[in-house]
Design a protein around this ligand. Structure first.
Ligand code: ATP
Ligand code: MG
Length: 263
């Protein structure tokens, strides 16, 4: 692919945090590039620096060693073409579902209130919540809250979606339903998505490529393309085979880490 299609480029990125008068190295020599429209997972054990890396791509955390380029510019602050989704939906309880998604459109200039509402309803329909626009946060299940968060992130039509373990607090059945919906949405929109997860099957089911990090300090152990067609399910034999391959990579390099609970 031509170089101009590169949306996110990390080059020799390192990061250390200061704690108790010493520096703790969190990320070590991370280099990768992500093409426009790619859906990529960053997979790794707890504490290996996944969120730190995502925050650096988001411009929320400074990059001290190496550099990260997004849209051909160095990232040093958050911008509206990058939207984030977290483990907690972080919705406003005083707004209803529609109000929360409309809030995501507050920076979109030149839209009337009616247009904002139309856009919000379109994305609520996309995430399967079209009859819940008047519901309040306390009336929603965990999965529904994450659907609202997804609609809110998508509504401003960002170029890049950054997701930090958005499904990790949900039960297995809810996750499976959301995986189906995310696949459907990605098929419709082909956004550039960077998903941080410690769940091996989730990475294989959703993405086109999995970048595996070692334990802290996170280094890239493997960059594995996932060439399975959508729709994929966690129950597919081919998904299990690739998940096992990734688990073996993690076990080979990080023999103390037990990945059994994450599969
Ligand atoms: N602002 C900070 N100041 C000091 N240390 C930090 C800071 N942010 C993260 N760390 C440390 O950096 C390491 C990596 O944290 P990070 O949150 O990136 O890990 P993670 O891979 O996302 O873990 P998890 O899967 O549990 O969310 C941890 O040891 C954490 O304590
Ligand atoms: Mg994290």
């Amino acid at each position: 692919m031509p170089e101009t299609n590169v949306k996110i480029c990390a080059s020799h990125v390192g990061k250390a945090f200061r704690r108790d008068h010493r520096f703790i190295k969190v990320l070590d020599d991370i280099s990768f590039s992500i093409q426009t429209g790619e859906f990529v997972a960053i997979l790794g054990p707890s504490g290996c620096g996944k969120s730190t890396l995502l925050n650096m791509v988001a411009g929320l955390e400074p990059c001290e060693e190496g550099h990260i380029i997004v849209n051909e510019y160095h990232t040093d602050q958050p911008e509206r073409h990058r939207m984030m989704m977290f483990q907690e939906a972080a919705l406003f309880p005083w707004y209803n579902v529609l109000g929360n998604v409309v809030y995501g459109l507050r920076f979109k200039k030149g839209l009337t209130n009616a247009e904002r509402k139309t856009i919000a309803l379109y994305y609520l329909r996309m995430v399967g919540l079209d009859h819940f626009e008047r519901a309040y946060v306390h009336e929603l299940s965990g999965g529904m809250k994450q659907r609202v968060a997804l609609a809110r992130a998508l509504a401003p039509n960002p170029q890049i979606l950054l997701m930090d373990e958005p499904f990790s607090a949900l039960d297995a059945l809810t996750c499976e339903q959301l995986y189906k919906d995310v696949q459907k949405i990605w098929n419709m929109q082909h956004k550039t998505v960077l998903l941080v997860t410690h769940n091996v099957r989730e990475a294989v089911v959703l993405t086109q490529r999995v970048i595996v990090l070692s334990q802290r300090p996170g280094k890239i152990l493997k960059d594995l393309p996932i060439q399975l067609p959508y729709p994929r399910s966690v129950h597919d034999v081919s998904v299990s085979a690739l998940a096992n391959e990734l688990i073996n990579v993690l076990h080979e390099k990080d023999d103390v880490y037990n990945y059994a609970s994450c599969t």
